[in-house]
Design a protein around this ligand. Structure first.
Ligand SMILES: Nc1ncnc2c1ncn2[C@@H]1O[C@H](COP(=O)(O)OP(=O)(O)OP(=O)(O)O)[C@@H](O)[C@H]1O
Ligand SMILES: [Mg+2]
Length: 463
């Protein structure tokens, strides 16, 4: 069956067609939150009925098979015209705005991701969190807010999830109820459905987008200081192995992306990710992505497989989106055997935690190495840990830069070079504080100098 026909038929199913959204109805982009008035609900349900009728007429009227062969833009113009004519014939008492909304909603359903489209159009939204058909939250400037966007029912939401994941050849159903995917613009998507999710399908979208934050944006947002930026730039260019550590949504991937921007343009970069999020600016880049198992549970390709393979690809830089399992072993080995200048992120709350997480991950590989042996590998592989965190005002900050300097007995020794200290809360609830050097001149500064980076003499002074 033609895809358009199938979609139209799906759209006419479902008893009532609930309001999709009153988003973008005006010129400002703000979503109305909270309850909708009774009058607004009536209007919405009238519109919903009208849209249902439009769908049914469209199925009968359009030559869908022929339309699908046309250019997508031509196709949309044709459908828009057809809707226009149907609305004229229906003689529905609609305002200009309502008419526009009916058209846009139908087009979004047919060609896009339905109720998600207005959210995806809004560049100020960084996360979209769908908890079943009736609850959609968004994050703006670090704060979560509920929207009045709704899906018709769980089946409708499942159709949209299906559309997203099938585009990249993945699937989601009872036998594989969790899936990672990505939108065309690079946003990361995770879907998890019943029976694992108890209250209907759950969809989480991280808008990484085509225009991620750059280091100058992070400085402007006060996530780090120009001096810190200078230090990390020199460290990347001097081929130190750097781990970006942080909790969920702390800005690890964003920072990793910025760090990768400092890699010289003539180096061959291999990126390895679960779902490709990094946007590498350099021309010479090989992007690798893991693959989940197929329907028989076979054919899975993990980060570890890809790290091993990448070593045979003559990489000059290996960037691992997130180390979370036994691939840590191969990453550390690579770092210790001449592949320096690697970058990776790890999920942990302090630099010290990041080290113990690495140890746990190495243990997952069941190698017969003593604890001390593991620590030795870690301490000789990693040079810097850059810790970031999400503050309670929604901002993200680099909170520590720590250098690993070796072992003392059984323990890895690490020294803090920069630290963010909170001092209070400002009038708008913003976190106040300062980035301060701890007064320790990092050991790596000799290496930075050997690469031609003379950092200001007083940069590490704590006054
Ligand atoms: N310094 C910053 N200031 C404001 N927003 C930021 C900053 N850094 C990142 N963000 C935003 O925060 C969100 C989370 O960022 P990011 O994806 O980098 O986090 P993460 O730690 O990799 O998350 P996860 O643990 O889910 O992988 C994104 O929407 C990003 O645009
Ligand atoms: Mg991330």
């Amino acid at each position: 069956m033609s895809v358009l026909k199938e979609r139209l038929e799906q759209m006419t199913q479902g008893a009532t067609y609930r309001p999709q959204a009153s988003v973008n109805a005006g010129s400002n982009n703000s979503l109305r939150t909270g309850s909708i008035s009774v009058r607004a609900q009536e209007i919405n349900s009238d519109l919903a009925e009208l849209k249902g009728r439009v769908h049914r007429i469209l199925i009968n009227r359009l030559d869908l098979a022929k339309l699908e062969k046309a250019d997508p833009q031509v196709m949309q113009i044709e459908v828009r015209r057809a809707i226009e004519r149907i609305l004229d014939e229906e003689n529905a008492p609609l305002s200009g705005l309502e008419r526009e909304r009916v058209q846009t909603d139908v087009i979004n359903e047919l060609f896009g991701l339905g109720p998600l489209e207005p959210l995806l159009d809004d560049k100020s939204i960084s996360d979209i969190l769908v908890n079943g058909a009736k609850q959609v939250y968004v994050e703006r400037k670090g704060k979560l807010e509920k929207t009045d966007i709704e899906f018709r029912d769980d089946a409708h939401l499942m159709q949209i999830i299906d559309r997203i994941v099938s585009r990249i050849g993945r699937r989601v159903d009872e036998s594989s109820p969790m899936v990672d995917a990505r939108l065309k613009d690079g946003s990361r998507v995770n879907a998890i459905i019943p029976p694992l999710a108890l209250d209907g399908p759950m969809l989480s979208i991280r808008r990484f987008g085509t225009d991620p934050l750059k280091i100058k944006d992070l400085i402007a947002l006060n996530a780090l200081t120009p001096e810190l930026a200078q230090l990390v730039e020199a460290s990347v260019k001097s081929r130190l192995n750097i781990l970006v550590s942080g909790g969920t949504g702390a800005g690890k991937t964003t920072l990793l992306n910025c760090l990768s921007g400092f890699i010289p343009h003539d180096e061959r970069i291999v990126t390895i990710e679960d779902s490709a999020e990094l946007i590498i600016q350099q021309p010479h880049v090989v992007r690798l992505e893991t693959r989940p198992p197929n329907i028989e549970g076979k054919g899975e390709i993990t980060i570890r497989h890809l790290v091993k393979n990448s070593l045979r690809m003559r990489p000059e830089r290996i960037i691992i989106g997130e180390v979370r399992s036994d691939e840590a072993v191969d990453m550390l080995q690579a770092m210790n055997t001449g592949h320096d200048g690697c970058l990776a992120t790890v999920h942990s709350n302090t630099p010290r935690d990041a080290l113990s997480r690495l140890e746990t991950m190495m243990a997952m590989a069941n190698l017969r190495i003593s604890e001390k042996g593991m620590r030795q590998q870690i301490s000789s592989a990693i040079n810097l840990i850059v810790q970031c965190a999400r503050m309670n005002d929604g901002s993200r900050k680099v909170t520590h830069v720590s250098e690993i300097i070796g072992m003392e007995g059984e323990i890895i020794t690490m020294q803090e070079i920069f630290k963010f200290t909170r001092t209070g809360v400002g009038p708008k609830g913003e976190v106040l504080g300062a980035f301060k050097p701890t007064g320790i001149r990092p050991r790596c500064s000799d290496r930075l100098e050997s690469y031609g980076f003379r950092l200001p003499a007083n940069m590490f002074d704590n006054f």
